[in-house]
Write a protein that binds this ligand. Sequence first.
Ligand SMILES: [Cu+2]
Length: 379
Amino acid sequence: MPEPGESSQVLSALMENTDRRTFLTRASVLSLAIPAAGAALTACSLSGGAGRADSGQGGEGAGRARQHNSDSRLDSVVLHGENRPATSATGASTQGAPNVAYQRRDPALPPAPTSGRVQLHWHAREAPVRISDDTVIAGWTFEGDVPGPFVHCRVGDTVEFTLTNDVDIPHSMDFHAARIDPKQAFRSVPKGQSVTYTFKPKYAGAFMYHCGTAPVLMHIGSGMFGAIIVSPREPLAPAKDFVLVQNEFYLADAVKGLRAPDYQKMLNMVPDVVCFNGRPNQYVNEPIRVKVGDRVRFWVVSAGPSHPCHFHVVGGQFDTVYLGAPPGSALRGVQTFTVAPGGGMVYELLCDAPGEFPFVNHGFGHGQKGAIGLLVVEA
Ligand SMILES: [Cu+2]
């Protein structure tokens, strides 16, 4: 592993090879920060402008500063000239890590506003998150938790969104419920700066949001994702509504009680943990409870970063799975249906008998790693 002063020389040596995969592999072996390595790589290929990230709101920077569309390339150019450690396990993300309390994530769908307007001002920040009794992760987060906050609105509502970046690594926000120029709206912003945009969801459904800054795998894999639920204008049948966001965690060994995200593991796609709403087995330990006669509606998002969710309820059959925007494209009597990574599906279940019904990722290699919960139907 290089000394800090040697990093630029090491990066120069790495970049003599132009093959990106080779570069990333070498960088990983040398425990270099992937975002920083990407920054140096990109900065090296551009002349000038590095470090002058566009700032402010709604595209004001257009024309006088470089635009970044981080879904398409390594664009962490704003980090030009800076060296970073191998993981996010630094600074704020390590503060008090062993003492971070476990909190069950409430899966209940929050109410949609009646005003027709959703105003969100979120911060990208690093934070320790306890995902189980024995594991605290060094999360890259929206608003300090993994996943980020659940958002609920209706088709045609106005969503006004601002992201302020509190940390050194650039971040961004990509809402799958939006139809908008991603080069502007989803651009990366450096520390201390913000990006603002507005959209009106056209379709109902369960949609992912995530940081789109390159490497996107690293940013989603480190915790920067969540769900925005869009209800149709005409209400669906009355139900108990729950949000489940499945994701994988790829974690390095603990250092001082904290497990950092591991980029090489993300590339290898063999996760340590797969779970709903950021905590393995949390709804086994503290089940979701409903009553006989309830209709249960699960809004399921598969955040990945790489694997699907083969959603199934043991002892149940889905009365309805909406293939597209509910209430359209309804499939009846479904046992299992797969949510692609980056996708969302809506599942309805009629609870006509009491019992304990496990809901699982029926790809059991992943169910076994924590993507399982209990729906308790009480008489
Ligand atoms: Cu990010």
